[in-house]
Design a protein around this ligand. Structure first.
Ligand code: F6P
Length: 485
């Protein structure tokens, strides 16, 4: 059955030698599915981007088509920078002080969602010669499945449902879903919920997120909740946990790679410290960078014997640079790094090495391998795949005789529901984080091994290819109508 996938970003990127799969788990998991089943991927095209609007892929022998929805400058600002990333993003992460008034952005969000839905419907008509079912009656199955990704496209399921009532429509929500009392802050909360309830299956990373969604549907639009299902307008919408992971084979291979191991050794020599504490994040206020830096400052204050022996290496990847809060955060992080280094650096030892740029996956792999401790301390996170990547690489390297790394993980990240073996912390508790870091450095080797093995087993259990297959199987099982409402 062909698949029409909708995501804000396209799964392919242009390189000097042609088009290839974009970096990131979603593209690596879903491109093989599309190549196998045929269909389309619908994504936005940013204003200055000259990428084709319709692009058969792979170039040599196409099996599916990438459709791009071209956005004008204003539309991009309001739909992406505005409604998606200054309203929905901070709200879902419980950072209500960052939430901008939605009024100015709502129109563009609706219009762009509509254009995504139109493009998906056109793509579906192209990929299937069979006519779509005109009703949702069971047995009248639509020959195309739709799978919508994330918070940029909340209205799309309902828009597709109106035109293809018998379609199987899935939606995966990659970020946290807040408690109903937080979600209802949005003036358009009900409209957005009704949009998503057009789906048959809505996936989340954790049980808590799925439960918050079901309760939001019950409390805000009066839907009936029955177990994991939401009964809505004569249909059964499954809202359940489908935790995502990484491409485990690829990241474990990085952990075994001899060249990457050499790069890791070179990096360790350059850092001048016995213990390397690593942070890798997009520069985003949800990632807890400022509090993490404060906690490291507290660590240096509390444990002077660690001076000269421990260094933090923090990468902040540029992200959403058109949004003022991100530019402000950049300045604050730079100030904090400057303050801490100015206060504590001695001789050749620098306490914090800070880099504001994107790294290749191979470069990151060397850092993961070299790290003694990974600090993954978001204030809130849907899953957090940095934690998974560290577990896979450090775990594989351990098999080859490398020192096992310790994962310190925020208990407010979805990953903490799964990665047994991580040392869990509250990212707001800077004193606690400083103490946990001190303890992590001194953990006996056997305990480090035991913990890392547990993390790694959990990471293996959440492979991204299995995630995609499970979600689509589940979507295939859904009954288009059959609710008792
Ligand atoms: O976690 C949600 C998410 O949209 C991811 O899918 C993506 O990798 C990340 O945020 C960065 O998002 P953007 O597309 O805004 O750069």
């Amino acid at each position: 059955m062909p698949l029409v996938l909708l995501a804000n970003r396209a799964p392919i990127r242009q390189t000097p030698t042609g088009w290839e799969a974009a970096l990131g788990g979603l593209a690596s998991a879903l491109l093989p599915v599309l190549e196998d089943r045929g269909g389309a991927w619908v994504a936005m095209r940013e204003p200055e981007d000259g990428a084709p609007l319709m692009q058969p892929y792979p170039e040599a022998s196409p099996t599916f088509t990438v459709h791009r929805v071209p956005l004008e400058e204003e539309e991009f600002k309001d739909y992406y920078n505005g409604m998606s990333n200054q309203v929905l993003w901070p709200l879902a992460h419980y950072l209500v002080n960052h939430v901008a008034p939605e009024r100015a952005f709502r129109g563009a969000y609706r219009a762009v969602n509509r254009r995504f839905a139109e493009a998906a419907l056109a793509a579906a008509a192209e990929v299937s010669s069979a006519p779509p079912a005109t009703s949702g009656a069971s047995g009248d199955a639509d020959p195309v499945q739709f799978w919508i990704q994330d918070y940029h496209l909340m209205l799309v399921p309902e828009l597709i449902r109106q035109r293809r009532p018998g379609a199987r429509i899935g939606h995966f929500w990659h970020i946290p879903w807040p408690a109903p009392e937080v979600f209802r802050i949005l003036p358009s909360a009900r409209e957005l919920l009704r949009g998503m309830l057009g789906a048959d299956l809505v996936g989340f990373h954790t049980d808590g997120d799925a439960e918050n969604f079901r309760e939001s549907a019950r409390d805000l639009v009066g839907a009936t909740v029955e177990g994991h299902d939401v009964l809505w307008e004569g249909r059964r919408v499954r809202a359940e946990r489908h935790p995502i992971g990484i491409d485990v084979e690829k990241f474990e291979a990085f952990g075994h790679d001899a060249h990457i191991a050499q790069e890791a050794d070179t990096f360790r020599r350059e850092i001048f410290a016995d213990h390397i504490v690593l942070g890798i994040d997009r520069l985003d206020y949800t990632k807890g960078l400022l509090l993490r830096l404060e906690a490291f400052e507290r660590f240096l204050e509390s444990y002077p014997e660690m001076h000269g022996h421990v260094a933090m290496f923090q990468i902040a990847t540029p992200s959403r640079t058109g949004i003022p809060a991100y530019a402000q955060l950049k300045r604050k992080v730079e100030q904090a790094v400057g303050r801490i280094n100015g206060r504590f650096a001695e001789g050749a030892w620098t306490p914090i090495h800070y880099r504001y740029r994107a790294y290749t996956q191979q470069e990151l792999a060397a850092l993961y391998r070299a790290a003694d401790v990974a600090l993954v301390t978001p204030l809130r996170d849907g899953m957090n795949l940095v934690a998974h990547e560290f577990g896979a690489i450090s775990g594989a390297a351990m098999d080859d005789g490398a020192q096992p790394g310790v994962l310190i993980l925020s208990e407010l990240a979805g990953a903490s529901d799964y990665l047994d073996g991580a040392v869990c912390v509250n990212p707001y508790d800077t004193d606690g984080l400083a103490r946990v870091l001190r303890a992590a450095i001194d953990l006996p080797l056997a305990e480090k091994r035991r913990r890392l093995s547990l993390v790694r087993e959990a990471v293996r259990g959440l492979d991204v290819h299995a995630w995609a297959a499970r979600f689509l199987d589940r979507l295939g099982e859904s009954q288009p109508v059959a609710s008792s409402q």
